[in-house]
Design a protein. Structure first.
Length: 509
């Protein structure tokens, strides 16, 4: 490599620790690495940033792919990569993003905990609509640009806090994303370690080799149902799954328990699925004769003739060829009835959602199915403990004291923690370290202010009268004549030194 070029690169290298204050401000941890809340040391701006440190040394193929995609994607509902930093000493890779105070995982967890406290508080329906619309808008942009996300779940849907983009949805974590024109290997073959089963489409669980955009739509349907009920619709008890086999009996059983077993007329190509013989052997159609999405949602007070349910039904269609597309979903009548979706999902909302907590360096916060299963069981156990205490108090008042001392001490502790959560407005069993978010400050619902030209990155004008039916994919699309070439990035990473190759890549916009 040219000596002058290497000298220039060395002079331009900036160290994260010299530019940002982030020590002791870890807000997330997962299989990818660590996320820190950061501020600039030089005080040039008061913005809050998110610093994502990639786990391990060097750069993985997943991180390489994420960087390449994020440098190209530009949309208000897709997280924007500000800069890539490289540590010359320990070869760590840091990604700089705008800081998002909330995500759907924490928001839904907040509402689920309110149920355990016997003070159920559903997400406001206007907020649910705005969240769904923005998620669909971001995914439509990705799909229009030949990108599949492939790992949509509440933890990867961020929501901005106070600031110019208050209440804006940001789709994050592009590590699993793929281009349409890239060779699409089965997801389990690529990442057989920790994968997200609750939001995976049935065709993936049945071993589909050539899946489509429909897998993202199914995941959005799962998220939509979870926003409406505060519970994962296809919750399945399971440990961390480490397998290359896409077929998962318990997860399919949960889907069929909610949706019913698919009839041949509803999914004609199911017989072509690689795991169909296993499905025939392990399942009986009659077992799920009384199951349906209608019955499940009626339990959560969602009427089967409502526009909410009709859209959910289209998103959770078993046959991927019949599943609604993101563009069709954006035109759905659900978005045309009041309240209309808004740019600020918190508009008119008075719920004080807690800010993110700082974690200890050794404290994990992996938002996996195992973690969510434990929390789901915990909140369920809290509710059951309260019911048991009330029953015991009614049936045997004289024995209540000894019963609590001998048999329900643990349950009482859990219940106390849940009640404390209701008072502190923080997650159960954790003391809030940061005050409540300004999301509750409350501004009037902006009149259909989300239906604006998406190539304008600034906040939309409040006077806009565009309707959802006017939606066009008018965001600046990637050039289809010159798509992102992942192979070039891979080759450059192997031939050049680590720092030089990534410096080149991160400087190419």
């Amino acid at each position: 490599m040219d000596y002058d070029f290497k000298t220039k690169l060395a002079a331009e290298r900036e160290r994260v620790e010299d530019l940002f204050e982030y020590e002791g401000c870890k807000v997330g941890r997962g299989t990818y690495g660590h996320v820190y809340k950061a501020k600039r040391k030089d005080g040039k701006d008061e913005k809050e940033y998110a610093l994502k440190q990639i786990e391990g040394t060097g750069i993985s193929m997943s991180a390489c792919r994420e960087i390449a995609l994020l440098r190209e994607l530009k949309h208000p509902n897709v997280i924007a990569l500000q800069k890539v930093f490289l540590s010359h000493s320990d070869r760590k890779v840091w990604l700089l993003f705008d800081y998002a105070e909330h995500d759907l995982w924490h928001i839904i967890k907040f509402h689920r905990a309110s149920k355990a406290n016997k003070k159920p508080m559903q997400l406001p329906r206007g907020m649910v609509k705005s969240l769904l619309y923005q998620i669909l808008d971001g995914i439509h942009y990705l799909h229009a640009n030949w990108v599949l996300h492939r790992d949509l779940k509440p933890a990867n849907i961020l929501v901005m806090g106070e600031g110019p983009e208050r209440g804006r949805v940001k789709i994050a974590d592009m590590g699993f994303a793929r281009l349409f024109n890239s060779p699409l290997k089965p997801l389990a073959d690529l990442d057989p370690v920790v994968v997200t089963f609750w939001y995976r489409a049935p065709e993936l669980l049945l071993g589909a080799r050539h899946y489509t955009k429909a897998i993202d739509i199914w995941a959005i349907g799962c998220i939509f149902a979870e926003l409406l009920t505060s519970e994962p619709i296809f919750h399945c008890r399971q440990e961390d799954i480490k397998t290359s086999n896409p077929f998962h009996h318990d997860q399919l059983d949960r889907i069929f328990s909610v949706m019913g077993f698919p009839a041949d007329k509803d999914w004609e190509d199911i017989r072509k699925m690689p795991e169909y013989p296993t499905l025939q052997k392990d399942f009986r159609r009659t077992t799920y004769a009384n199951s349906s999405l209608i019955k499940y949602m009626e339990k959560h007070k969602v009427k089967p003739d409502s526009k909410v349910f009709l859209l959910l039904q289209k998103l959770l269609t078993m046959d991927p060829t019949k599943r609604i597309t993101s563009e069709q979903a954006l035109q759905d009548p659900y978005f045309l009835e009041d309240p209309l979706p808004t740019t600020d999902v918190f508009a008119g909302c008075q719920i004080p959602y807690p800010k993110r907590e700082f974690l200890n360096e050794d404290e994990p916060e992996e938002k996996t199915e195992k973690n969510q299963t434990q929390q789901h069981q915990q909140t369920t156990g809290q509710a059951q403990a309260q019911n048991q205490q009330q029953t015991a108090a009614q049936q045997a008042p004289s024995q209540q004291s000894s019963a609590q001392t001998n048999g329900t001490a643990g349950a009482t502790g859990a219940t106390t923690a849940a009640l404390q959560h209701g008072q502190d407005q923080g997650p159960p069993n954790k003391k809030p370290r940061i005050g409540p978010s300004g999301a509750s400050s409350g501004t009037g619902v902006l009149q259909s202010d989300y239906q604006v030209r998406h190539n304008d990155r600034d906040c939309p004008s409040q006077g806009s009268n565009r309707q959802p039916s006017d939606y066009k994919a008018n965001s600046q699309l990637l050039s289809h004549d010159c798509p992102i070439n992942e192979s070039i990035i891979i080759i450059s990473c192997s031939r050049l030194s680590f720092l030089d190759s990534i410096s080149c890549m991160s400087s190419c916009a």
